[in-house]
Design a protein around this ligand. Sequence first.
Ligand SMILES: NC(=O)c1ccc[n+]([C@@H]2O[C@H](COP(=O)([O-])OP(=O)(O)OC[C@H]3O[C@@H](n4cnc5c(N)ncnc54)[C@H](O)[C@@H]3O)[C@@H](O)[C@H]2O)c1
Length: 264
Amino acid sequence: MDIESARHAFVTGGASGIGRGIAEALADAGVRVTIADIDRPGAETVAATRPGDFTGLGLDVRDRQAWRDAKARSEERFGPVDILVNNAGIGFNGRDFADLDPEVFDRIVDIDLTGVFNGISTFAADLRDRGRGHIVNTASVMALTAGAPGRGAYSAAKSAVVAMSEALRQEMAPHGVGVSVLCPGLVRSNLDGNTTRLGGQVEDVAHIKGDGSLGMDPAEAGARVVHGIARDLPYILTHPHYLSHVDARMDVLRRSFAEAAEFA
Ligand SMILES: NC(=O)c1ccc[n+]([C@@H]2O[C@H](COP(=O)([O-])OP(=O)(O)OC[C@H]3O[C@@H](n4cnc5c(N)ncnc54)[C@H](O)[C@@H]3O)[C@@H](O)[C@H]2O)c1
């Protein structure tokens, strides 16, 4: 969509990391932003840094009534939402499926997948009725590459976010609403700290992704998202070198199709 015509964006998980980077980039482009986060003090602290551009509120993306209340409150302040960014999420915990506490699986799916659906369910019909706007859902590059040990529940939820975004994009396109799925590689954030703070477990992942200080500046990720909205990109990617990992998965799939063709 034409960013210059956008007035109000609603960004979940905007108190930290990538969500904050997206909120800052949207505000820099002239869009007023509601920062919604389960960390209400964090959302309000970020909002206080740009009082004319930001408003902050508490929202647990698992709570459907809270979504309806947050929509009403934010639109009372800044008018109808043009851009929805379903970004809030928690990380993986490093355990193999055989050892994964089922409650951890449920928590990851509830936040990383159903939380995204809840945002779509709250805003998509209004966007469609107004015939303009854009939805960004945050998945992960892990949704595009082959699954890996210790990250399976997270990859499963994020893969479903990609699938949901692809279907939603087709549903909304005839109504003038764009849909993109953000698939970041490693971006500096507080993902592991926030995951444990919110009651999740993070084990044995430092060897996979460091201590949170590595990776892309979230400001760059935010700028890439604004570019992706303006260009209505189906997939917003941050780390081009992951193409080789996607190719490796595609090669296995191609070989499997060839095997299927030779059967019988
Ligand atoms: N950082 C990376 O390398 C990376 C890579 C790929 C995908 N992602 C995804 O990017 C998104 C943002 O993560 P981040 O890395 O910026 O981490 P982060 O922890 O810095 O930010 C996530 C924010 O989401 C909020 N949040 C968590 N659960 C919530 C809930 N139930 N309701 C509302 N808010 C909630 C947290 O309080 C936090 O402010 C996540 O969906 C994550 O899976 C991150």
